[in-house]
Design a protein around this ligand. Structure first.
Ligand SMILES: NC(=O)c1ccc[n+]([C@@H]2O[C@H](COP(=O)([O-])OP(=O)(O)OC[C@H]3O[C@@H](n4cnc5c(N)ncnc54)[C@H](OP(=O)(O)O)[C@@H]3O)[C@@H](O)[C@H]2O)c1
Length: 246
């Protein structure tokens, strides 16, 4: 029996900025498995190629740096028509309010807000009927944490962008946002292993589900956001219950 996900995605062009690692890569795997033609993008072409080589199905690579506006324009024009755009790419800056360098704060807004804004805008002319755009925020938008106030604010900005675009692009594209909780991805590869595992264990134990998330669990929500024709302007909290924990 054909599932609604296969019906929605088979032979569709799914473009994933951030598709070389983490939740973007897991989304690429699921979408390709459902018969989509997938393009994965980020800055590092070698990483993209390694990711594409590890995925069964029709996956191609198209490097882009979201902070290079002219580069994004040329990249978008070369994609051809697009059915579903997913932007999971970002980089985060941590630091207390008084300590976080202004340059780091600006770079984070560039990577997680302005870059996705420009990228979605430049892909807009190439979207097919029935298109969707899926952005990424994070649980800190509504569950702030000391040392991550700036990151919480940029996540909140992405959620506001989602809701505004869902209205402004009505009839052209559905726009949704995934808000993950803590998910074990390459984003934490730079941490010493012992500290990383301790953080995962501590946060996991505090959650209703008892553990941190896996990239493929978030990817399932992205597939739903792409496939469900009645879903727009939504922020999907896929966070193991982080927002409702004590
Ligand atoms: N992991 C978590 O616990 C967590 C929690 C809450 C929210 N989130 C959010 O969920 C999303 C996905 O997270 P993840 O952990 O799956 O991410 P990830 O594995 O760290 O992947 C992010 C990707 O973004 C790409 N990237 C960064 N800057 C870019 C730029 N300027 N242009 C193009 N690509 C760029 C990087 O690849 P290159 O280096 O090749 O460019 C990287 O592959 C992000 O928005 C993140 O903030 C994550």
């Amino acid at each position: 029996m054909t599932t609604p996900f296969e019906t929605a995605l088979k032979k569709k062009h799914v473009v994933i900025v951030g598709g070389g690692s983490g939740m973007g890569k897991s989304t690429a795997e699921l979408a390709a498995g459902l018969g989509a033609r997938v393009t994965i993008s980020s800055r590092d072409p070698d990483k993209l190629k390694r990711a594409a080589d590890g995925i069964d199905g029709a996956v191609s690579v198209a490097p882009v740096d979201m902070s290079d506006e002219a580069g994004v324009r040329a990249w978008a024009a070369a994609l051809g028509s697009v059915d579903h755009l997913v932007i999971s790419a970002s980089s985060a800056a941590h630091g207390g309010f008084a300590e976080l360098p202004t340059a780091d704060l600006r770079a984070m807004f560039e990577a997680k807000f302005t870059g996705p804004y420009v990228t979605a805008r430049e892909v807009l002319p190439y979207l097919n009927d029935g298109a969707s755009i899926t952005l990424f925020s994070g649980v800190l938008s509504r569950r702030p944490s000391a040392g991550a106030t700036g990151l919480g604010a940029v996540n909140a900005a992405v959620e506001a962008l989602t809701k505004g675009l869902a209205q402004e692009l009505a009839g052209k594209a559905r726009v949704n946002c995934i808000s993950p909780g803590l998910v074990a991805t390459e984003a934490y590869a730079g941490m010493p292993e012992a500290a990383r595992e301790e953080m995962f264990a501590q946060v996991g134990a505090s959650l209703p589900v008892g553990r941190v998330g896996r990239a493929e669990e978030i990817a399932q929500a992205v597939i739903m956001a792409m496939s469900n024709p009645f879903l727009t302007g939504a922020v999907l909290d896929v966070d193991g219950g982080h927002l409702v924990k004590a």
